[in-house]
Design a protein around this ligand. Structure first.
Ligand code: CTP
Ligand code: CA
Length: 225
């Protein structure tokens, strides 16, 4: 249904979408990651493709199939995602950062499987690069930058500070505490936050949220450049 009625309002636009989790290796058999399934980012990639955009999808490891007609670049770690995104960013009209990038990685990746010992264990972690912040600091004129904020409390306050600190044009904020939102669901409840204010959207499918984000981008007028 959606395919048949597809608008072609993003023809000629280059859109980069990131999706899914990243995995930060501890040793050859273990990693640190999160519950992201990639559904929201894949929905944005699909919606943008259906609307005629030229879509590049940089994806962490997920179980779902990529939408057709998108340029899929698969990565594992936050560092690999940063490298691909930073390389591709300069030629993009818009970047939607739906990926749940790991904030920390083990300082040392063991070459051999770590054997268990008596007592507890500690893994020392270091910060990964904040890709969205980098993109915000290196944004080219007219480029549209959309981030996400997944929170368990103080949703609007936290999301607003991400908008400012990362120099994004839009933050799509969603609370893990809201029914119908969160990891693995086909629906989401989000609030769109920009420098003028906020707009709370009702419960929608992730496909509808994706279109709402793309509609917002158009409204912002960045496309006219
Ligand atoms: N993000 C990123 N690179 C990172 C971490 C996050 O690009 N290393 C991006 C995410 O893709 C998302 C946005 O930043 O678009 C917000 O991610 P989130 O995890 O909600 O916020 P953080 O800034 O990492 O802060 P915290 O996890 O402490 O809430
Ligand atoms: Ca984070």
């Amino acid at each position: 249904q959606q395919e048949i009625g597809a608008r072609h309002d993003l023809v000629g636009k280059k859109i980069l979408v990131t999706a899914g989790p990243t995995r930060e290796a501890i040793d050859p058999v273990r990693f640190i990651s999160n519950h992201s399934t990639g559904k929201m980012g894949y929905a944005v990639a699909r919606a943008a493709m259906l609307r005629g955009a030229q879509v590049t999808l940089v994806s962490g490891p997920v179980e779902i199939a990529p939408p057709p007609f998108v340029n899929l670049i698969s990565v594992i770690s936050a560092e690999q995602m940063a490298e691909e995104v930073i390389r591709l960013a300069p030629k993009m009209d818009a970047i939607v950062k739906a990926a749940a990038v790991a904030d920390y990685r083990p300082i040392k990746v063991e070459n051999e499987k770590i054997k268990k010992q008596e007592g507890g264990a500690t893994i020392e972690l270091e910060r990964t690069q904040d890709i969205l912040r980098y993109l915000g600091e290196h944004k080219r004129e007219g480029q549209f930058l959309c981030g996400f904020a997944m929170e368990t409390r103080d949703l609007l306050e936290n999301a607003k500070s991400k908008l400012e600190s990362k120099h994004a044009d839009l933050i799509v904020a969603n609370s893990l505490r809201t029914a119908g939102a969160g990891f693995g669901t086909d629906t989401n409840v989000v609030t769109l936050i920009d420098h003028r204010g906020q707009r709370e959207l009702p419960l929608m499918t992730k496909a509808q949220v994706a279109d709402a984000i793309l509609d917002y981008m158009k409204e912002c007028g960045v496309w006219i450049l």
